[in-house]
Structure formats: C-alpha cells, structure tokens
Design a protein around this ligand. Structure first.
Ligand SMILES: [Mn+2]
Length: 328
C-alpha cells in the first residue's frame, strides 16, 4: 500500500467535501504541490477543491495560476466550507503561524518543514523535513503509483523545486535531485523561462530599492528592515542580501499590523537560521524553518515600550553569533 493509497482510503470516508489547503500567501512550491495532489486524488476518484487564505502577492505565483490552469479559491469565497469537511494541509502543518485554521477538520498533512511540536491530530502524516521542496514529495507520489504526470503539472512541480531549493543550491535532498531529473524530461522549459521573467513586479522593485538602502552589515551578518512589504518579498529580499560578498547570515524583518515578521537565511554550516530565529524570539514570539532558511513572528504586545526594535534584534542576533562561536 503506497502513501497515496493510504491517503485516498482515508479521504473516501469524508462525510462531506474534501479540501486541499496550502499555507497562506501560497508560493510556487505550495501551488504546484496542491495542483499535483488535486490531480492524484482525482485520478483515484476523490474530488478536492484547493482553498487558501490571504491574497497571492508575487507575480510569479499569479502567473503560475494562469500558465498551468490552477483553480484555487480564497477560503472566504467558499460558502460551503463547514465542520463536516475534511482538509489535507500541503506545504504547511497545523499550528504554523502562516496557515489559517479553517472550520474544516484537518485530517492529513504533507509537508517538508520542521515537525511542529504538539499533536496535530492528523490521521495521515507525511512530513519529511530533510526534503527541499514539497513538490518533490508529490512527484514521488506520482512515480510510486505509476500515474503519468501531465506536462503542465510536471512543469509546475519542477518550478516548485527550482524555487524552494533556490535552483538546487539550498536544502537539497537526494529525493529533490531524483525528482528534478524525472520532471525535467516531462516539462515545458519555455514556461519556466516565462515564470523566471515574472518573478517580481515594478512595485516590488521599488520596495526592494528602499529596503536595500537600509542594509547594515556587522561582521558576517546582514540586517535588513523593510517598512512596507509583503511576506514573500521579505523572503526574496533576504535571498538577495545573503548573496552579498562577506554576508553569510541575514536577519530581515518587517512590521505588520499585529507585530513584526522575520525572515532569516544562513549559508554557513555553523549557524542554523532556524535555531537563530528561535533564540532571537525566545520568550517573546515564535519561529521555525530549516538550517538555511527560517521565519518568525514577534507579536506587537510583546514589544517593549520605548525600546528600539532595531537594537533588540541586533543585540539578540550578535549574542547568538557569539554564543555559537563560544560553543564551537
Ligand atoms: Mn515548500
């Protein structure tokens, strides 16, 4: 019995509708994984609707919907969403900061992020934290079950792997390489080129330009503050800052209505972005991710009045770096 068999036999008992929910503000890996899973379930006779929360922000995500014919609906637009419905979470786990807990029952999860502590209560779990892209896991479902991958889905999954592994240079596992190889033969590379040409909008570029003028570098750490930007831009900006010569670790942060959003990167083995974000936010907020990339959130009510946020973040970061050096 394959993992897909198990998932399908579970979902066949759904009392009402079945939904697939990726993390909020879905990125290419989340979109491709949702699309692939929806097709796999359909092949096995289970109809599933993809729902998500928060508007898509980046132009390449929007372009994917158009190029690959992805039908995703904002949860708020799905009137039939109810307690009797079952949801499969994709590219995210229950309880993460970046996923809205809908009224549906989350019965299954397929993800590649660090395992969330605490019982998710899911009846089907496939979480592989060492894998670089959720798209690789979904591709394996196709191969394991000898289901042909349609060209548009293969191309979307390939793009998901490209994006989440930063062109196979970040957090890559053997599965990512093997699935990449399988998908490459089936994909339409001209569409990947088209997506690469739609990665940012002009408005994004203006935000970047303003943000990049604030970069501060202390030793090997780059700090970036974006006063007005969307979530995906924060991560994309961190990816650019870490390419600066001499910068190996990036701490980027940006205010939101409810607090401060963080995006961290590390390209050195001695510093884990995930451990670092947990250290910075210890006792005040929450964070998680991988060795090379992590995110976090500091709720506004936990900010100390009168104390500079910028000083706090620099202080905690440098203290972590020094502590790490002492441990080494
Ligand atoms: Mn992902």
């Amino acid at each position: 019995m394959t993992r897909l068999d198990e998932l399908v036999s579970l979902l066949r008992n759904a009392p009402d509708e079945v939904f697939i929910q990726p993390h909020n503000v879905p990125d290419p890996d989340a979109i491709a994984s949702s699309l692939g899973l929806q097709y796999l379930l359909k092949e096995r006779g289970v109809k599933a609707v993809i729902v998500y929360e928060n508007e898509m922000e980046k132009s390449n995500s929007l372009k994917m919907l158009e190029l690959f014919g992805v039908e995703m609906r904002l949860a708020s637009d799905v009137a039939s969403l109810g307690e009797e419905d079952w949801t499969v979470l994709v590219d995210v786990q229950k309880g993460n900061a970046n996923v809205t807990d809908l009224v549906t029952d989350e019965v299954a999860v397929i993800d590649h992020h660090e395992v969330n502590e605490g019982d998710s209560g899911c009846r089907f779990t496939d979480i592989r934290s060492d894998v670089g892209a959720c798209s690789s896991i979904i591709t394996e479902y196709f191969l394991e079950n000898k289901i042909d991958i349609p060209r548009n889905i293969a191309t979307a999954l390939l793009y998901g792997i490209f994006m989440d592994t930063s062109d196979l240079t970040r957090g890559v596992a053997e599965l990512d390489i093997n699935m990449f190889y399988q998908l490459y033969r089936l994909s339409d590379i001209s569409l990947i080129t088209e997506l690469k040409g739609n990665q940012i909008s002009k408005a994004d570029l203006e935000d970047y330009a303003r943000a990049f003028s604030t970069i501060e570098v202390y030793g090997e750490v780059g700090f970036l503050y974006l006063d007005n930007c969307n979530d995906s831009l924060l991560g994309a900006a961190s990816d650019i800052v870490v390419t600066i010569a001499g910068v190996d670790v990036v701490v980027a942060y940006s205010p939101r209505d409810a607090g401060i959003k963080f995006s961290l990167r590390s390209i050195i083995s001695t510093v884990s972005a995930e451990k670092m974000v947990r250290y910075i936010l210890e006792g005040r907020g929450f964070g998680g991710g991988h060795h090379s990339m992590a995110g976090g959130f500091l709720p506004g009510e936990n900010l100390e009045d009168g104390k500079s946020l910028h000083t706090f973040i620099r202080h905690r970061t440098i203290s972590y770096m020094e502590r790490g050096a002492a441990v080494k």
